[in-house]
Design a protein around this ligand. Structure first.
Ligand SMILES: Nc1ncnc2c1ncn2[C@@H]1O[C@H](COP(=O)(O)OP(=O)(O)O)[C@@H](O)[C@H]1O
Ligand SMILES: [Mg+2]
Length: 376
């Protein structure tokens, strides 16, 4: 194989320079002393170039080669009195090769040192950036956890205070309701009363699930089965909002270690939000897939559930807050659905992320480690 030009051009030009100057020596008549003086100095050119291009190796190598070809000329050809002078030129040639080579090698050494330092610095910079990102993430989590625990304590106390009178109110309303047969104008108000009492009770139940979060009981469950069951559960509500639900599942493993009740709750919150976000008809597509890039030894480790709705989307400034407890944009929302979901998914060693474009819709992606994946 012919090496690229840059690789042989330099050594070839060094050899050519030495050959030309040496030929000059042999071909110039001995009495042209000035020409010989000039010629011997021309040897410095390849030596300096050799040193510059190849460091100490190049400088000394070129000087050695020149000594080899020049020495016979000095010794064999009769230079008379000048022989000593020409002989003395040889150590100087070698010294120049040595010096230039040493200097270039040293410079190269410094350059490499600098390069390594720059790389180390860049690496530290990257690490620092990553640490800062993690720190900010942790801070957000802490803030959320802080609010969750404050909420937990508060609601534990409140729930007990409110639940008992609520029970009495409900009982009393049910008794009073008997006085008015269905169709009586006042019966409607009792119905409203009962409905509102039940709604309050639901809110309390939600709060309580924060106050005393259940310890998850893990068992292998199939996410596809859970999603199919949930679709049936919300189909009525979806119809009311004229939302079409599409399910599409991947082929392959889809069992995760999970607490079925909790996982259902987590998925349900996301699905209900999707349905509620679509006021006048639209689609909610729910699909599963194996995360392709994370294959350990060819085996996928994560299953992802994608909830894709054609609702109005979430404004960018809200996207960082939707998982915070109490963040809601709904008139009668609690702002707890996604906070609960987030906590459940975290307890399942999973992740949840949201992508949304205003006017285009919202996508939630929940990733869960498959049963038997590393670490589980
Ligand atoms: N699919 C969605 N499309 C648009 N907005 C959403 C969606 N899911 C969640 N949100 C926003 O996130 C907020 C918080 O949701 P959530 O925690 O479930 O509380 P809530 O449903 O009680 O408001 C919602 O009020 C809404 O603004
Ligand atoms: Mg909700």
């Amino acid at each position: 194989m012919i090496p690229p030009p840059a690789q042989w051009l330099r050594p070839a030009s060094l050899v050519a320079a030495i050959v030309i100057v040496t030929l000059g020596h042999f071909l110039t008549p001995l009495n042209r002393q000035i020409q010989h003086d000039v010629l011997v100095r021309l040897y410095y050119l390849p030596i300096v170039l050799g040193g510059l291009w190849y460091g100490l190796r190049g400088g000394l190598g070129t000087a050695g080669l020149i000594t080899l070809v020049y020495l016979p000329h000095v010794l064999v050809v009769e230079h008379g009195i000048m022989t000593i002078g020409y002989l003395l030129e040889i150590p100087i040639l070698i010294a120049v090769g040595l010096l230039v080579g040493l200097m270039v090698d040293r410079q190269e050494h410094y350059r490499r040192g600098l390069e390594i330092q720059t790389e180390t610095l860049a690496q530290s910079h990257r690490e620092l950036q990553e640490q800062t990102r993690l720190l900010l993430e942790k801070e957000t989590q802490l803030r959320r956890a802080d609010r969750l625990s404050a909420l937990g304590q508060l609601s534990a106390g409140l729930a007990h205070e409110i639940r008992n009178p609520l029970g009495s109110i409900k009982g009393a309303v049910e008794i009073l309701q008997d006085d008015y047969p269905p169709g009586h104008p006042k019966a409607e108000f009792y119905a409203i009363l009962l409905k509102e009492v039940e709604r309050l009770n639901d809110v309390l139940t939600n709060f309580l699930s924060f106050a005393r979060p259940v310890t998850p009981r893990f068992a292998p469950v199939d996410v596809r089965e859970i999603l199919t069951a949930l679709e049936g559960l919300i189909s009525g509500q979806a119809r009311a909002h004229r939302v079409q639900i599409f399910l599409s599942f991947h082929v392959g493993p889809s069992r995760v270690m999970a607490d079925e009740m909790l996982l259902k709750q987590a998925f349900l919150n996301i699905m209900l939000n999707g349905v509620e976000a679509i006021p006048e008809g639209g689609d909610l597509a729910i699909s599963t897939r194996l995360r392709p890039e994370s294959t350990a030894g060819g085996r996928p480790e994560w299953v992802e559930v994608v909830f894709d709705d054609t609702g109005p989307g979430i404004p960018e400034e809200d996207q960082g807050r939707i998982f915070d407890p109490f963040f809601t944009t709904k008139k009668d929302g609690t702002g707890l659905g996604l906070a609960i979901t987030h906590r459940i998914i975290e307890n399942h060693h999973g992740t949840i992320r949201v992508m949304s474009q205003r006017g285009k819709g919202t996508t939630f992606v929940v990733a869960l480690p498959l049963e038997g994946a590393i670490g589980l």
